[in-house]
Structures are given as C-alpha cells and as structure tokens.
Design a protein around this ligand. Structure first.
Ligand code: IPD
Ligand code: CA
Length: 254
C-alpha cells in the first residue's frame, strides 16, 4: 500500500498543477469573454471553469486509478465502495475566482476509511503547491512545513469561514473571543487555502462551523503532517473544522 500511496501522491501533485493551469486560463479569460455562471444557492456559484476543471481531474483519475472512488463538488460520487476515495474541489474560493481575486485553489485529497492520507492544494496565482503524504511530512513546494509549537506568537492572526447554514451568533462569538484575547482575524473566502496557510505559518488558525468534505480533506492531511492541532467533526450534512497552532487550540474552540 505504501508504494501505491507514494505513487498516488506524486500523481496528485502533478494533477493539481495541471488542473490549476486549466482553471487559471479560464480566470484570465473572464474579463474579456465572461463565463457561464449558475447560482447554486445564496452566495454559492458554479462556473464552466469549475465544471471543466473537475471533469479533467475526474477523467485523469479514472484513467490511472479506475478502481478508486471519487467525490467531487460539481459531479458527485462514483465507485462509493472502493478502498480509497479521491475527494476533489476543482476551485475552492469560487467567489474570489469569479471576482478576479487570487485567493482560490485546486484541492485534491485521497481518503481511506474516512481519514485523508494524501492532501494536495495548488494555488495557481502564486504557483504554490501545498502537499502532504501521511507519515512522510508536509511541504510548500520543496519546503518542509511545521507549525509553531511554542506559545510565542508575536502577531495572533486567525482566518475564519462563515456558512449561512450555521447561526450567525456562533461566528460572532468566535470573532469576539479572539479579539478579546488580542488576536486579529481575516476572512479570505477559500477554506482549503486558509487551512494550507495555517500549515505554512501565515495564520495561527482556521475555523468554520459548517463545511463540506471537499473543502477540508486535503487541508487536514497537510495540517496533521505539519503538526497542527486539527479538530473536525461530522455534523448533519457536513463537517465542523478548526485547525491551529497548539497554543490557541482551546481559545479557538471556545
Ligand atoms: C467555499 C469556500 C468558502 C467557505 C465555504 C466553501 P467554494 O467553497 O471555501 O471559503 O467559507 O464554506 O463552501 O464554494 O468556493 O468551493
Ligand atoms: Ca468549489
């Protein structure tokens, strides 16, 4: 299995970069040519770029790993009874993508028995590949990642996500608690990239109280290998996640 996992990891890194290049080309065309956009729900959009990027990823995976399962944000599930499942968000941060902003990414995880063992997140606008293979480590491009294990954060900074599926009070309570402890927050609108940035030390934590598997599975693999504290719980229809440097884990939990 280990050799297979290593091969899948190498394949996923390359695949995320190729998929990111496809999506980035769509983003560059946005201004001049526009894109077909559908509204899936309140502040929830999908464009031809999301669909075509996911199609590419799905086709490549089914060509090279036809026995594997697949769960994608745009095209759903196939091979649900497989030993391992690829969990894919072709564009995480679609709203940013559509507004010509750079905070979005391709997120690909390989999940076995509910646990992500490979995580790959590619940010095409900055050519940054965040990746991890269980037991082997986490990297940003070629740089190994490990989050701050001490309690000496000079600038406390947390990235928050908000979902309209949860009470606004939860979000406001987290924000209040952080501010009362002198910790700043940002909301960048891409959960996957937000999690990757915690692993890379750009934030001390990330929290979102309702989120889907494809937004977080790759990030969880990367954060665990970067020795962050990760708490994710299954809730009705999705997950709640928090991930942080160990020093602020309790504060973030509330
Ligand atoms: C969304 C983004 C957003 C998070 C939402 C996600 P999408 O994913 O990650 O930051 O707050 O919960 O659904 O729709 O851009 O792929
Ligand atoms: Ca998406």
């Amino acid at each position: 299995m280990n050799n297979d996992l290593q091969q899948r990891y190498t394949f996923a890194c390359q695949l995320a970069k190729e998929a990111g290049t496809i999506a980035h080309t769509y983003q560059k065309k946005l201004v001049e040519e526009g894109l077909d956009i559908d509204v899936k729900g309140r502040q929830d959009f999908v464009s031809v770029a999301d669909k075509e990027t996911e199609n590419f990823i799905r086709q490549q995976l089914s060509l090279h790993y036809p026995q594997d399962g697949f769960l994608g944000e745009e095209s759903g599930v196939s091979n649900p009874d497989s030993e391992g499942t690829w969990v894919v968000d072709p564009i995480d941060g679609t709203t940013n993508f559509l507004r010509q902003q750079p905070m979005w990414c391709v997120s690909i995880a390989y999940v076995v028995e509910g646990e992500p063992v490979i995580g790959v997140i590619y940010d095409p606008c900055h050519d940054e590949l965040f990746s991890a293979l269980v037991g082997q480590g986490a990297w940003l491009n070629n740089r190994p990642l490990e989050v701050n294990q001490g309690d000496n954060a000079i600038v406390g900074l947390v990235n928050l996500g908000y979902s309209a599926k949860m009470p606004l009070e939860n979000y406001l309570a987290t924000m209040t608690r952080l501010l009362e402890h002198g910790i700043e927050h940002r909301r960048h609108g891409s959960a996957a990239l937000g999690l990757a940035h915690v692993a890379a030390g750009r934030f001390d934590g990330y929290r979102e109280d309702f989120i889907n598997a494809w937004d977080i599975m790759a990030g969880i693999a990367i954060l665990r290998e970067a020795k962050a504290d990760v708490i994710f719980n299954q809730i009705a229809g999705g997950y709640a996640i928090q991930a942080s440097i160990p020093a602020i884990s309790d504060l973030l939990k509330g």
